[in-house]
Design a protein around this ligand. Structure first.
Ligand code: GLN
Length: 494
């Protein structure tokens, strides 16, 4: 049952071979058994989850089931959920219980999903390893001495260890795709604006985007169907007709040549994504995946994204700039932590923030404040914004010759816990292949495509043009019909 797809679970629920209460209880049992070794969950509330499952069961009985009705879903602890503690991985919000639901949570609730718990993450989603959080690191289910990736590492580990059938995360510079890759699962960052940011604790608002994490492309599509939609409370939410993201998941393509279901699809392979810095085991697995896509009929096109090397530097100016502004709200007055002792108001702000934020968050606030300061704004922030435009133009140029872009998600497989903690710049370089999609606002996903050093999973990234989610999911689905990397489960999580 734990390897079942969402569709299979939904069928079992509809046929009354399984109730949502039974399914939810068994996930809770697995969390109890497996999570002490993984630290993927920050909050589990069996009573709340089971109450939702009971409601789902009555909906199923009365014939009002939707595709996700009764399915347990884990939420990254950046999403506000009414009555649930929402910490964002920080001491600053360690005791914050949200009085309201994020738009995505409202949507999942309306779809009948059951909230299974809140997952661990890097503090305020700042990191690539899920080690910067106040509640300790997430461990990788494939090797507990390694990181699960970040910042949505708890959601990735929860799905990888089959504690949750699906989860949601957020991706500001790769935080859905990179942990998905490092933990051997699938993750999708939608086009900016497709999923509302309302109720998602803000990190860098022009880059943040929520998205699904699950075992297969098909599951991602079902999750995104529930998550996407216009929301007037997010000023950057896109108002467009509802889209069914499952439309291109053809199990039996109606093409003349069924052996070549991807015939006609042009896959651009950027030369910049296969240069120095890419580990050879990752390169080999990604290359094999490209060969597989060609076997399915796709045409491989050599392309160039000339400004790729500037995406990490531009991202690490823009994201901290926005973070320094967004995080000014945590002042010890309105939300969260307040220092126990202080001399006056200014001292209360200073001490609350000094004690409530961890080192990485402080580093970002300092960098962000610096690049926005009067003397340096033109040299850093404005320059980064210009580079951002050039990066978006690179993609626009590339999509004249290809339909999707493929490459590695991350330059290496999951690294050892602590290996990069003392070297922030090295840590930032993990985001070399992921940040560009955020800077350009493009949709991108990661799916498992093999194993590398130490038997650790490798992720294949697909980046699409705006609103190409269904096309990307369709291609990923064909790849998953022909391969079984996404079905592999870490040893010790049976
Ligand atoms: N690793 C990147 C960072 O630290 C991306 C994080 C994210 O996508 N939330 O900022």
């Amino acid at each position: 049952m734990f390897n079942s797809t969402l569709k299979q679970l939904s069928t079992l629920l509809a046929q009354k071979k399984l109730s949502s209460v039974e399914l939810t209880q068994s996930c809770l049992d697995r969390i109890k058994r497996l999570d002490p070794g993984l630290n993927a969950f920050l909050t589990v509330d069996a009573e709340k989850s089971l109450a939702q499952a009971r409601v789902a069961d009555t909906q199923i009985t009365s014939g009002r089931a939707q595709p996700l009705t009764g399915i347990p879903v884990a939420l990254k602890d950046i999403f506000c959920a009414k009555g649930w503690r929402t910490t964002c991985g920080s001491k600053m919000l360690a005791n914050f219980v949200s009085p309201y639901d994020a738009h995505v949570v409202e949507r999942l609730n309306a779809a009948g999903a059951v909230i299974l718990g809140k997952t661990n993450m890097d503090e305020f989603a700042m990191g690539s390893s899920s080690e910067t959080g106040f509640f300790g690191p997430v461990r990788n289910p494939w090797d507990r001495s390694r990181v699960a990736g970040g910042s949505s590492g708890g959601s990735a580990a929860a799905v990888a260890a089959r504690m949750a059938p699906a989860a949601i995360g957020t991706d500001t510079g790769g935080s859905i795709r990179q942990p998905a890759a490092l933990s051997g699962i699938c993750g999708l960052k939608p086009t900016y604006g497709v999923v509302s940011r309302y109720g998602m604790v803000a990190f860098a608002s022009s880059l943040d985007q929520g998205g699904p994490m699950a075992k297969s492309a098909e599951d991602l599509a079902l999750m995104l169907n529930a998550m996407a939609g216009f929301d007037a409370r997010d000023s950057t939410s896109l108002e467009r007709p509802a889209e069914d993201f499952t439309t291109r998941l053809l199990d039996k393509p109606a093409t003349a040549d069924r052996a070549r279901p991807l015939a006609g699809l042009r896959i651009g392979v950027p030369k910049e994504y296969f240069g120095d810095g890419l580990a050879s085991d990752v390169a080999a697995a990604v290359d094999a995946a490209l060969v597989q896509l060609e076997k399915l009929g796709a045409l491989r096109v050599a392309i160039s994204l000339p400004n790729s090397g500037l995406s990490v530097p531009a991202y690490y100016v823009i994201a901290p700039a926005e973070a320094s502004s967004n995080l000014s709200r945590f002042d010890g007055v309105r939300y969260g932590y307040r220092a126990a002792e202080y001399a006056d108001l200014a001292d209360m702000y200073a001490k609350s923030r000094a004690q409530g934020f961890g080192a990485e968050v402080k580093r970002r606030i300092l960098i962000g404040t610096y690049v926005l300061s009067h003397g340096y704004y033109d040299a850093y922030y404005l320059k980064a914004q210009k580079i951002r435009r050039l990066i978006a133009q690179d993609f626009a140029e590339a999509y004249r010759n290809c339909d999707l872009i493929a490459g590695p998600t991350s330059p290496s497989v999951a690294f050892a816990l602590g290996a990069m903690s003392s070297d922030p710049v090295q840590m930032y370089l993990n985001d070399i292949y992921t940040t560009a999609a955020n800077l350009a606002g493009l949709p991108a996903l990661s799916i498992p495509c093999g194993f590398g050093e130490g038997g650790m999973p490798v992720g294949l990234q697909l980046v699409g043009d705006y609103f190409a989610e269904a096309r990307m999911l369709g291609a990923a689905h064909q790849y998953q019909l022909a391969t079984d990397w996404h079905l592999r489960q870490p040893a010790g999580t049976e």
